[in-house]
Design a protein around this ligand. Sequence first.
Ligand code: ADP
Ligand code: ZN
Length: 715
Amino acid sequence: MKREREILKNIFGYDEFRTLQMEIITSILNKKDALVVMPTGGGKSLCYQLPALIFNGLTVVVSPLISLMKDQVDQMTQLGVDAILLNSSISRPEYYENINQIREGKVKLLYVAPETLLKNDILEFLESVNVECFAIDEAHCISEWGHDFRPEYRKIAHVRKRFPGAVCIALTATATARVRSDIRKNLELNESNDFVASFNRGNLFYKIIPKDNPLEQTLEFLKQFKNESGIIYCFSRDGVDRLYLNLKKQRYSVRPYHAGLSDEERQENQDLFLRDEVQIMVATIAFGMGIHKTNVRYVIHFDLPKSIEAYYQETGRAGRDGVDSTCLLLYSYSDIHKIRYFIDQKSDAEEKKAAMAQLNALVDYADTSGCRRIPLITYFGEEYNEVYCGMCDNCVSPEEHIDDITIPAQMFLSCVKRSGERFGAGHIIDILRGSKSKKINDFNHQTLSTYGIGKKYSKDIWMKLVRQFVKQKLILNDTENAGVLKLTEKAYNVMKGAESVTGSIHEDKKRNFSNSGTKEYDSELFEILREKRRELAASGNVPPYVIFSDKTLFEIASLYPQSHESLLKIHGIGAYKIEKYGDILLSIIIEYCSSHGIGKNSELPKMKMYLKTPRHIEIGELYNSGISISEIAQKEEIQPRTIIDHLFRYIQDGGSIRKDLLVPLIPSDEKYLSSIIEAFKRVGTEKLKPVFEELNGTVEYDTINICRLYYLSRE
Ligand code: ADP
Ligand code: ZN
């Protein structure tokens, strides 16, 4: 592996292999076929690019999109690797020039479109040179079950047979088992050579907020992403146009993208975005396939996506370079109704059912009060064992409302019962809220004793309650039968008053936008470097991220390397890039450092930089420095209850917190206090509810919560 490591550092400029890369590369070098399934940004390309540099002969990369091929060839060229492409977009002289280069053995990597590869003269030509490896990129195109089936891809299987000495590596980011087995079957790959990476994208921060004033919420969000690239997805073309105009009016650097624009307009807008000349792309889902821009710092879903898969794909376009990026979803019940309406229009019952199940999974994801990664990752059939990721809104600021919702539950359940367990949530809510709709009239429901008893709560609150009732198994939601609600055993206990229900009855609070934490880099230097990069990119006619990734610039702007040796330690800088750009970079950095009084040895230790400090750690440190909970609450404008939650997580993460500042907050009656602490000793500190029950509901949650902290704190 010594040689491989050397190439990794010298050519690609990376210190370590990512998960599975080394195993895959070894397999390819041993001429064992491989199927590689990795999420976007996982580092698939390296798995064939690196072996290509070791093989004596040629590596042929089949890729479905011309823009991707060009991107990769640019990237390889920037690393000093001989790579070329053959497809219908290049001129005749260039085509022959490229063929000549291959013949002379000057090329390591050849990128071809499938239809070009299938041409007989090309195949004969390739047979005359030493092809060592076929890399089939976007291999899901082989499968009719994939989202992008391409018939030409099917024929690649025959091509393989003509090159018995060449190893085959197929790569995709599509996780479904069906697509995987299709690829395997078609290319005659052995199952034992599957390499499937985790689909968890650790650098993406997931955040969901209730959509009440989407434009204002978007503008607020954008404030913290000045100068950074992002995509905003809207449901319709119309929506795209409106938001685009609004953002333009606010002087944002923005362009629209949807199928209603001309090809030229779309191409132009996309190019501007790729080249960092336009910051924001407002788009329908037509935008994104094959966009390899690595420095997309955020993706906003202005409207609800149609499934978890779609959401995962679309948010996945953020943070390919591994730098932290944010995914914001504006979530509203009316969007759910809108999508439900579209699903209802479908005539095929099977299709309807599948679409409804997908939507419901997305709603569960949005409604979860736990870590967002749990529903997201397990949806793809992967186990996810962490309880706390520190990179989603729920983990960073848990808003644990614990209210007694027994009374609204009783209202709702008895209304379901009285109307005969024949209706969906919408109608039940209409009865409770005393609606005068025709349906109510038709069924004579204005005469029910539950008619109008729930006016106090808005429709949205009721919907929120209903989802909690479903989750707590008080009612069953029969999605196949138009969402008719049925009561469970537990529901009868609640109606009788034998069981109480707890949950949240509050309107979702507006959440603070900032992810918290600071990026530890010098933003002034970063901007200077970014400007330089743009210049270099323009003169080389390539996208900026091909020259240096954002991550490279972040590292420079926090480590201040002032010599060739220290520059070589930077992520993404290898021998070739040093030669080409080293002096330009050094002159900028040295000048910057001397004018800012930054010494030669000012390098920060190389730690997990620019990963924002999780909120609970910040709060924990703040508290331990001697600032009381109420002072922090005031300063940070958050609820004391939230701070207590943060401190608890801080302890869960292995931290310890000081006892003294808690003393004024706990019950002064010692006997009372020790009865609570004894309860924790009996049932554990993991959850509050068991303790609440252990104490027969005599102590309030807030008190239990602070006592837990006290119990776990240290002198
Ligand atoms: P994919 O094709 O799986 O979406 P890429 O191959 O484009 O992902 O890689 C995503 C990013 O990660 C690229 O910027 C790439 O240079 C970078 N990368 C790949 N392997 C490594 C590694 N071992 N260390 C650091 N960065 C890497
Ligand atoms: Zn989380």
